[in-house]
Design a protein around this ligand. Structure first.
Ligand code: ADP
Ligand code: ADP
Ligand code: ZN
Length: 221
């Protein structure tokens, strides 16, 4: 049982790498942004509540995310472990998740930090498009599907660009990252789950190799 937390700014490659790790290590991929976008697509009350917050690039209230994660990790596909992509994003979320770990007697998380310079993040987000069916990320220049027009992971043919991958929302998301998410790096130093740093500026295969090396080197806890 492994719990892996991918920590890094918007566009640093968390989703891209999580999709690969999911296959290699048999872990479930829990992407909170994808979950929230699914709520919006279904048009329910929660979706209606979070849509304008997400479009603006702001963070959705902590209690909503904690409830979402709590119900997800109880599902059978998480029993061998899971990758958290986009959660926790604030210190209160991390504290709530630690209480959940204690309650459910789960192992401590392996925290992986992606470092990428901001100008590169802007290039990545402004060229990003995603598979409508499974959420896989692609890029106009850096990462096209192997077969043009078809998703590598699910065979889907519909692709979308996210409303929040626009300059103003990108700026708001970077600010949210700096102010609310980056403090988690110190938080996990204090809990002893020292973040393992990977150079997110490398190409996609290079980042995958770094993560496999650090995960391979972490004893099963
Ligand atoms: P995040 O989930 O952290 O927001 P994504 O995985 O969606 O990031 O990646 C953001 C964009 O950058 C996507 O368009 C993706 O195809 C592209 N990308 C991801 N990793 C790399 C990389 N190592 N080099 C170049 N482009 C990348
Ligand atoms: P990225 O990693 O590319 O920034 P995500 O898909 O992870 O994007 O998140 C998109 C949006 O979903 C965030 O800007 C935020 O509005 C909302 N969101 C996702 N996860 C969380 C979270 N843990 N806490 C608060 N809001 C979240
Ligand atoms: Zn797909």
């Amino acid at each position: 049982m492994k719990i892996v937390i991918l920590l890094g700014p918007p566009g640093s490659g968390k989703g891209t790498q999580a999709k690969r790790l999911q296959q290699t290590f048999g872990l479930a991929h829990l992407a909170t942004g994808d979950m929230l976008r699914a709520e919006i697509a279904s048009g329910n009350a929660l979706g209606r509540r979070v849509k304008s917050i997400m479009d603006a690039g702001e963070l959705v209230p902590d209690h909503i995310l904690v409830a979402l994660i709590r119900s997800r990790i109880a599902r059978p596909e998480c029993r061998h472990g899971f990758i958290l992509d986009g959660f926790p994003r604030t210190v209160p979320q991390a504290e709530a998740f630690d209480r959940l770990i204690a309650e459910e007697q789960l192992p401590r998380p392996i925290v992986i930090e992606f470092t990428v310079f901001e100008p590169e993040l802007v290039n990545r987000l402004s060229g990003r498009f995603t598979c409508q069916t499974c959420g896989a990320s692609y890029h106009d220049h850096f990462h096209r599907p192997r077969v043009e027009g078809m998703c590598d992971f699910c065979g889907g043919h519909e692709f979308v660009r996210r409303a929040d991958d626009q300059p103003e929302a990108i700026r708001t998301r970077f600010r949210a990252y700096r102010e609310q998410t980056a403090p988690l790096l110190d938080y996990y130093k204090r809990t002893g789950d020292i973040p393992l740093e990977v150079d997110g500026m490398a190409d996609i295969d290079g980042v995958t190799r770094q993560i496999e090396a650090v995960l391979g080197g972490v004893a099963q806890r």
